[in-house]
Design a protein around this ligand. Sequence first.
Ligand SMILES: [Fe+2]
Length: 385
Amino acid sequence: MEFKFLLPCKVVMEPGLRERTGEHLQALGLTRVLIVTDPGVKAAGLLDSVYASLEKADIAFEEVSDIKANPRSEDINQIAQQYRGTGIDGLLAAGGGSAMDAAKAISLLLTHEGRIEDYEGSFTAKHAIPPIVAIPTTAGTGSEVTCFAVITDTARQFKMSVLDYRIGPVLALLDSHITDTLPSSIAAATGMDALTHAIEAYTCRVSNPISDGLALHAIGLISQNLKPAVLEPGNLKAREQMLVASLIAGMAFGNADVASVHCISEAIGGMYDTPHGVGNAIFLPFVFAHNRDADIVRHAQVAYALGIDPTLSPVDAAQAAVGHLFQMSADLGIPRFAEVKGVREEDFLTIAEKSKQNFSDASNAKAMSVQAYHDIITTAYNFVV
Ligand SMILES: [Fe+2]
């Protein structure tokens, strides 16, 4: 056996933690930070107590608050150019995956020449970058504890990955109440993203004994809490549990990988701007069904963690999990692939080719061809509940 496990991030979770953001940044020696967030977080007032705490701690800050879903390389390059050489000594990323991934890419470019496209791939950074502190505002991405950033290369309409230990946040601040007012549709899609992280981390070819334990625990937590968090207004305990589950799933896939569900979801996200969690939720059951015979025991263990009858045989449990995943998405109001905005059948080959080019394609449990991706995409498109 051979594996590595790295988690260079301190995690703190408490109710009302945002009010103490300044203290935590002060402890890191930060004096001038760039806040990276999105318009929804800003408009919801989620950062009001963060601003007050930074002022109280005498930490100067500037803010970029227009990060869009599926952050684009041209925006990242422009923001980095604007803030290079301005004395920023840390980044405060507040939002879902888009804001956190954008902050990682911007931080890298603050001390590196060129464009983010120049740093696609693994371990391309050459020297230290300003530390990143992450405040996740959704329960799904896990980006607060991963060393990945996914950025849409606008010229290629391709979601590219940057993987480097240097871009992993040094501190994750989880405020137990931060997702209390998250709209149900976002809680559903981001929660299915977290579930996909955990399932792909467990079933991919590069899992390890530590990521396995984290992934199975996350699957169990999500199975118990995602539907109540979305469908029961005011179930704040379930929302808090989802924030924990998302974090744990992030730790798992950050030290294993994701796989073909993400390859397809990122391909359609780069082409149609489909929300990441929606893309994952749509393709998760199809890829799970396709992959299960590559490792029936692991797929059955996922099934049992999802709450499938433990007396079922591994083959029957893995089969039951496929139906369970379809039902979960339907219950949460996830659309079918044919209902996704902009989807055209003539694009399917391009989607399949982009999926095959994805960084995580090689990690999938079963070796994938462009044809195999095309078949899954076509089956999903024609799927009727
Ligand atoms: Fe994801």
